[in-house]
Design a protein around this ligand. Structure first.
Ligand SMILES: [Zn+2]
Length: 66
């Protein structure tokens, strides 16, 4: 899996995620985005993905109803 720091992750995905959404590595690692040694994203915090998914589904359903 590619490793990116939070800044690069947000830049690539055009998101504004924070450490609340993503678990960052304890030790600095090589970020493939900026080439610096920074805490990189390890995994998504459980629960957030599901919430976002549910929210997106609701949004989609609302659009379909119109
Ligand atoms: Zn980076």
């Amino acid at each position: 899996m590619s490793e990116f720091c939070l800044d690069c992750w947000n830049r690539i995905n055009k998101t504004h995620d924070t450490e609340k959404e993503w678990v960052l590595s304890q030790e600095p690692d090589l970020c493939e985005g900026c080439g610096k040694y920074l805490p990189v994203i390890v995994t998504q915090r459980k629960g957030v993905a599901k919430l976002k998914f549910v929210w997106n589904q609701k949004k989609k359903n609302n659009i379909l109803r119109k």
